[in-house]
Design a protein around this ligand. Structure first.
Ligand SMILES: [Zn+2]
Length: 124
């Protein structure tokens, strides 16, 4: 499961991506360009999509950011610990994986949790 022993902090935890309804394809908010870049020294936990929500909750994800009708967490980050939790590509497909990755890494790069400047695009 996790790739390293990690001391986790609930500080800077971000619920990242939300579905928009049980039947709708979830959409991933992309960051502004200044945060949409690679990051170094990031611990990545990849889990089957069905396990991501529970892991993010276990990390201390607050429960207040939820889309009505679909409270599933698809990825999260703990910027203080430079940790992201993402679903495996095989469980969501490479396109969605890349979108979730970009979103979470952007938080490591300083993108605030209320997603200022976030944008939807066709790709995500
Ligand atoms: Zn986010």
């Amino acid at each position: 499961m996790s790739r390293a022993a990690i001391t986790l902090s609930t500080l800077s935890l971000c619920l990242a991506i939300f579905g928009e309804g049980a039947l709708a394809k979830s959409r991933v908010l992309l960051p502004p360009a200044q945060y949409d870049r690679p990051a170094v020294n990031v611990t990545v936990i990849e889990l089957p999509a069905s396990q991501v929500h529970a892991k993010c909750v276990a990390l201390g994800a607050p429960a207040y950011i939820r889309v009505p009708g679909d409270s599933t967490i698809e990825g999260c980050s703990v910027a203080f610990d430079r940790l992201i939790v993402v679903p495996t590509p095989s469980s969501v497909g490479w396109e969605k994986y890349a979108c979730i990755w970009r979103h979470e890494v952007a938080h490591i790069n300083g993108w605030a949790h209320d997603h200022p400047g976030g944008r939807h695009s066709r790709e995500c």
